[in-house]
Design a binder for this molecule. Structure first.
Ligand code: ADP
Ligand code: MG
Length: 705
């Protein structure tokens, strides 16, 4: 027997069943089946008494006697109902099938051990089709303490592959293969972490001897799973660093130094300085940089981007920065124009709405090298956009790139002496803090920099939650703030599934706000996704230079928009927004010297998650803390960046709950690879073998976002 054999080698598995197990559970080989782990266990060491049963009690084991039996007629056929009693109370056992046979078999006033699912009907607990045996029989058998429950599907159980059947397969598989299960971790790791060996772990994960060995088996298998992911991610990163050539920005030149000395409008925070050092080290090394820069809203990522671009220019390269929306690209452009106004650096803006003539000029100046910095949207990726020598591409606010787009970006780099493409350095900036746990796993092969410090003098944004019924009070507050010269955002949800309805909400809201805040005293801007971009810009412009006091908008203003005089953010139907969205929106205020406010409006009807989200927003302004809550609420699958990673296909570990194990696994993997990058040391032979195998079978593939 070989574990790579198909599962038809196991007693009782026909070809048809094997096909079903593959299509439903992706189980093909004996090894796959061994690694189909139970997702819970039935604890048959535990007995319940009837008065302990509760609404949410699942499967239970009870000792008692049958005191009465009756047959109840129903529409079709009849059902058999038994009264089952223990010292604490009574419940019912119900059979819909085989009533006659059971009626004959049951002995009254005999003590039974029953086992099954609890339902409730008219306030009485009942157990349909219980498993039952007499106490004598029960005692005469060796009870395995805990029984595994495997993932299943309706199709499987309909075709007779019930949990019991799966358990049987597992039993025969383990019996057949116990001698050939090979260890997958080196012995020094087993002893360092006191891990069960592989065979013991597999035996106990399927048929645990006790809760204690189960815990050990789980730890061992989770550790192993996370360890090999980390090993591969870190190896990939080391490989990229050693193999992939990048442009070398070896000097800090005039542009950088002069700007730093004369035009920098503030002193950099320590975090900004640290990140710049990290970037400089990367781009100076001759290897390719692929770095993720995380920094909460308002932490000052833009200036870091600008200084990095100056570094490129100082070394004879061009630079580009891409933003996800036109509004944001324009804002970057305006901001950078004003920062660079007393320098000789040339920059241009390229978006979908750039006129043909201008576009041609830009293309030309990029190709002949007279343009230093190109700021734009996705338009930058078009084939027609050819750089003379693009040294770095900065991607702001994290839009995800598909493979095709990514390759377009890489192709925009230069060629080395052998005609091989050298991609531009990549810096991805995101204000969506990625929980540390996730960053470690998903971006394990990217370098990550974090700006974890806000510029000095920021006042905390006061955040409150109000119900819709307090709306008048909120309006009064807005009027007072506007009277002080402040500006206000009012944001409506726009969620794709119900776009038409949301759009109506927005328009209704706009109307009622127009009534509440009449012209000429108040001027209102409105921006939403269905407007032409020229109209959006016009409205943004009016708000941004203070002609209007109120901006009614959908989440199009979520990212990046910077109007320092706006100090109040009102979010309508706040319960409908995700946490990270709420956090981004709140980040639109608090950018000036004034005390800022965020008012979350909601209806009284709140789901428990909705409530947690609003409470979290009121409680904390720390983006990382918010991200951790978000991760717990939504699970890793919904957090950006996880889709393409191997992380979601974990068989046993849970990256949220098991993040302590993850951290240990990462440290080990890192230590091992630092000592022995190619795993050539005999003591690591096993690791080399297993990771080669894994590489063949799985895909933990990197993503620059
Ligand atoms: P984000 O990280 O959200 O992109 P920005 O780069 O837009 O943040 O910076 C937010 C604001 O903080 C800008 O107005 C910027 O000029 C200002 N800022 C950035 N760094 C500093 C600093 N070190 N000291 C003071 N103000 C700063
Ligand atoms: Mg920004």
């Amino acid at each position: 027997m070989n574990l790579n054999h198909p599962i038809t080698y196991i007693k009782g598995i026909s070809i048809a069943r094997a096909e079903l197990l593959f299509s439903e559970l992706r189980v093909k080989t004996c090894k796959d089946l061994l690694h189909l782990f139970p997702f819970r266990y039935i604890d048959k060491t535990q007995f319940y008494s009837i008065n302990q049963l509760q609404r949410n009690t699942a499967e239970v084991q009870i000792v008692g006697k049958i005191t009465a039996l009756k047959t109840v007629k129903q529409k079709r056929g009849s059902r058999l109902v038994a009264t089952f009693q223990d010292a604490t109370g009574a419940m019912e056992l119900v059979w819909f099938k085989g009533a006659k046979w059971i009626k004959d078999a049951i002995k009254k006033d005999t003590t039974y051990v029953i086992y099954g699912k609890i339902n409730w009907y008219n306030g009485i607990a009942n157990m349909p089709h219980p498993e039952m045996e007499t106490v004598q029989d029960y005692k005469s058998k060796l009870q395995s303490a805990m029984q595994p429950v495997y993932p299943s599907t309706e199709k499987l159980s309909n075709k007779g592959i019930t949990n019991k059947v799966l358990r049987g397969y597992m039993q025969s598989l383990l019996q057949q293969s116990v001698g050939i299960i090979e260890e997958t971790l080196p012995s020094y790791l087993l002893s360092e972490y006191s891990l069960l060996d592989k065979k013991e772990a597999l035996l106990n994960i399927h048929f645990p001897k006790s809760q204690e060995t189960l815990t050990k088996a789980q730890f061992r298998l989770k550790f192993e799973e996370l360890f090999f992911i980390q090993l591969q991610l870190i190896q990939k990163k080391l490989l990229r660093k050693s193999k992939l050539k990048g442009f070398q920005f070896s000097k800090v030149g005039e542009n950088f130094t002069e700007f730093y000395a004369k035009h920098l409008p503030f002193t950099l925070t320590n975090a900004q300085k640290r990140v710049l050092r990290e970037i400089r080290k990367d781009v100076g090394s001759g290897a390719h940089m692929n770095r993720l820069l995380q920094g909460d809203v308002g932490s000052g990522k833009t200036i870091v981007a600008l200084l990095t671009m100056l570094l490129a220019i100082d070394n004879g390269y061009q630079a580009t920065i891409m933003a996800p929306t036109e509004i944001l690209a324009i804002q970057h452009y305006n901001g950078m124009i004003s920062l660079l106004k007393n320098t000789s650096i040339r920059l241009e803006l390229l978006t979908g709405s750039t006129r043909t003539k201008k576009r041609r000029e830009i293309h030309e100046s990029l190709e002949n090298g007279s343009l230093d910095i190109l700021i734009g949207t996705h338009a930058v990726l078009e084939d027609k956009v050819v750089f003379q020598n693009l040294g770095i591409a900065i991607i702001d606010e994290q839009h995800r790139f598909g493979v095709a787009q990514r390759s377009k970006l890489w192709q925009k780099g230069g060629l080395d002496d052998n005609g091989k493409v050298i991609p531009p350095h990549i810096l991805v900036m995101t204000a969506t803090p990625i929980p540390r746990t996730l960053a470690m796993s998903v971006y394990g092969d990217l370098d990550v920099s974090v700006i974890d410090e806000l510029p000095p003098g920021r006042k905390e944004i006061k955040t409150v939650h109000r119900y819709d019924s307090n709306r008048l009070g909120v309006f009064k507050f807005l009027k007072d703030e506007i009277a002080k010269g402040r500006q206000v955002y009012i944001v409506y949800p726009l969620i794709q599934e119900s776009e038409a309805m949301d759009y109506k909400d927005l328009m209704d809201g706009y109307e009622s706000i127009s009534r509440e805040f009449p012209t000429p005293k108040y001027q209102i801007s409105i921006v939403h996704g269905q407007m032409k971009s020229a109209d959006k810009d016009y409205e943004m412009e009016r708000f941004s230079n203070g002609e209007t006091q109120i901006m009614v908008a959908t989440t199009v203003i979520e990212v990046g928009v910077n109007v320092p005089n706006a100090s109040v953010m009102v979010i309508e139907s706040a319960e409908r927004f995700g946490l990270s969205q709420l956090h981004q929106l709140r980040g639109r205020v608090g950018r000036g010297a004034d005390q800022s406010f965020c008012i979350l409006l909601s209806s009284y009807k709140l789901s428990s998650d909705g409530k947690t989200r609003l409470e979290t927003m009121v409680k904390t302004a720390d983006g990382f803390e918010i991200a951790e809550v978000d991760l717990k609420l939504r699970g890793p699958g919904n957090i950006m960046g996880t889709q393409q990673s191997g992380i979601l296909h974990l068989k046993i570990a849970d990256i949220v709950k098991d993040n302590a194990i993850l951290a240990q696994a990462r440290v080990s993997a890192l230590q091992i690879l630092q000592e022995d990058p190619n795993l050539g040391d005999p003591k690591n032979e096993i690791l080399l073998m297993v990771s080669n195998q894994l590489r063949k079978n799985t895909a933990i593939w990197s993503n620059i976002s």
